[in-house]
Design a protein. Structure first.
Length: 220
């Protein structure tokens, strides 16, 4: 499975089996996390067999089951942290999908006090991604249309349309898709409207757009 195939196939999953992440899948995932950390400057950690983070009432109401494995996204506390975590976290989410794993972005339904202890003293925890083998497959959510999320000035090339279609498949907070993708002078940019975790959403959407279009998109 390619990254583009993973974009189309992936849905958020909150219920997992007890099957461990091990063998070649674990090795490949750990290698990719190490590469991402080196390239991005983030400090993303894979935490295995740790049930405390998703033992809260919020996790219960969020219908998380057997979420004992997760990615903890840490980094330097500055204006780039959340878009970076969104971008590179989504890369790992889609990499996991190609390996037969399932995931869910989690912003608040976990015990932050538990996960924060896993970071270095100067790093900030931005988000968590649950990961494992699905007990039940997720399903597609309603999506906005191409016209609702774009603003194009001049002729629209196919690469831009391809990028937007992939961006519409990106997971966003509460599935609100509060973003606008603008084409001006042959360049793409992505802006976030106000909303919870909008800066993380920006990075996630940027990754989808660039992966499908083959063109860079700046974020505002």
């Amino acid at each position: 499975m390619t990254i583009l195939e993973a974009i189309k196939a992936r849905h958020s999953v909150r219920a997992y089996t007890k099957r461990p992440i091990d063998g070649a899948v674990l090795e490949t995932l750990q290698q990719e996390i190490a590469r991402v950390n080196e390239q991005s400057g983030l400090k993303i950690r894979l935490v295995l067999n740790e049930p405390k983070a998703f033992s809260s009432l919020l996790a219960h109401y969020g219908k998380f089951e057997n979420a004992d494995n997760y990615l903890a996204l840490f980094g330097k506390d500055d204006e780039t942290l959340y878009p970076l975590c969104g971008y590179w976290g989504e890369h790992l989410v889609l990499t996991a999908q190609t390996l037969g794993l399932n995931t869910c972005w989690v912003a608040g339904s976990y015990k932050k006090s538990t996960v924060k202890t896993l970071g270095d003293g100067g790093d900030k925890l931005a988000a968590v991604i649950s990961i494992g083998y699905a007990a039940s497959e997720g399903h597609a959510h309603r999506s906005k249309t191409y016209e609702q999320v774009t603003e194009a000035h001049g002729p629209v090339p196919q690469w831009f349309r391809d990028g937007v279609e992939a961006a519409l498949l990106a997971p966003t907070a509460i599935n609100q898709q509060r973003f606008k993708i603008v084409l001006r002078d042959g360049n793409a940019s992505i802006a976030a409207q106000r909303g919870p975790y909008a800066r993380i959403d920006l990075g996630i959407v940027q990754y989808h757009f660039e992966a499908a279009s083959g063109h860079p998109a700046s974020i505002e």
